[in-house]
Design a protein around this ligand. Structure first.
Ligand code: NDP
Length: 314
């Protein structure tokens, strides 16, 4: 296959709130941004239902619809939005090279990385084998398939607590598998979980195996204190143990923290490489909100514009 090359001024990688907001600002600054959407156009908000905490929507809005609005707004100012996934980068020279789908190289003067984060998995063979056949990392996407059935969810953070209560409304019974004797989730969320009668918590428990040939029929758990194992008879198994940043292709070029998030200069979106900026969840392990991602997307476009001006590239 022939490998083509294209030169652009500003390349944005990612299509969540950070990427689209960077695009809105860059396009309005006449930087003619090209944006590649990645594997999940619209990002993590497309797999949520209601968003109630994004300012400007007093009645709340749906995540997928909100991301459609972000996309349209970026397009309205002339962002060139494309399907495609960044598979490699070369940040050696003053011109930054980003390979798309292994077959095309974009040469950009400035790059804004907004690749976000993805769900973590336990790493069990059975979990991988039954992924999509009863195993899911998104209760709000897949919970509906298990209505009136019994399901299990692993995790004890705010996501797990939120998803457990969501599942409890649809499902007959929800088993929550918690590895310690306490939850990490906020007190308010824990309170909601404890007050939901059809959620049953299994403390100090780890998942040994997801059981099932073609689809999930159970999950084997082990109490780490007593060593006792038991099988929960469920048809759905949800994993809600956090996220990892999508930074694999950048690890040889940019400084990452111990969890793999891109390090930016405090109070800015500058990475260690001039002309490469990072915004949104890929560089934020603390706030991880749509509105903070959008905020840093705006910062990245402004940082890129000022940096290009300082290099006399615009
Ligand atoms: P967190 O990192 O906060 O929690 C992950 C949970 O998964 C922890 O309870 C952790 O256990 C558990 N866990 C991790 N690895 C394993 C494993 N291998 N086996 C079993 N359990 C495991 O992730 P969340 O996605 O819940 O939240 C991320 C951020 O988003 C947080 O800051 C959260 O507050 C925020 N958030 C806020 C919401 C809201 O305000 N409405 C909703 C959702 C998220 P342990 O505690 O033992 O480490």
């Amino acid at each position: 296959m022939s490998h083509s090359t294209e030169k652009v001024k500003v390349l944005i990688i990612g299509s969540g709130p950070a990427g689209y907001t960077a695009a809105i600002y860059a396009a309005r600054a006449d930087l003619k941004p090209v944006l590649y959407q990645g594997l999940q156009p619209g990002g993590q908000l497309t797999i949520t239902t209601e968003v109630e905490n994004y300012p400007g929507y007093p009645e709340g809005t749906m995540g997928p619809e909100m991301m459609e609005d972000f996309r349209k707004q970026a397009e309205r100012f002339g962002t060139d939005i494309r399907f495609g996934y960044a598979t490699a980068v070369d940040f050696t020279g003053p011109i930054h090279k980003v390979v798309i789908d292994g077959e095309k190289t974009i040469e950009a003067e400035a790059v804004i990385i907004a690749t976000g984060a993805s769900a973590k998995w336990l790493g069990l063979e059975s979990e991988q084998r039954l992924n999509g056949f009863g195993v899911s990392a998104c209760a709000t996407c897949d919970g509906y398939f298990f209505r009136k059935q019994d399901v299990a969810i692993v995790g004890a953070g705010d996501t797990a607590a939120e998803e457990a209560t969501y599942l409890a409304k649809l499902c007959n019974k929800v088993y929550m598998i918690v590895r310690r004797s306490e939850m990490r989730a906020s007190k308010a969320m824990q309170h909601r979980v404890m007050n939901t009668p059809n959620i049953e918590i299994h403390w100090n428990s780890e998942t040994v195996e997801v059981i099932g040939e073609k689809t999930v029929s159970g999950v084997k758990i082990k109490n780490v204190q007593t060593g006792e194992t038991k099988v929960l008879h469920v048809t759905g198994f949800f994993v809600a143990i956090g996220h990892s940043p999508n930074t694999a292709i950048f690890k040889d070029w940019l400084e990452l923290d111990e969890n793999g998030y891109i390090k930016t200069k405090p109070g800015s979106t500058y990475t260690g490489i001039p002309g490469v900026f990072a915004a949104g969840d890929v560089q934020d392990h603390i706030y991880r909100q749509a509105v903070t991602a959008a905020g840093t997307g705006c910062m990245a476009a402004i940082d890129a514009e000022r940096w290009l001006a300082s290099q006399e590239k615009i």
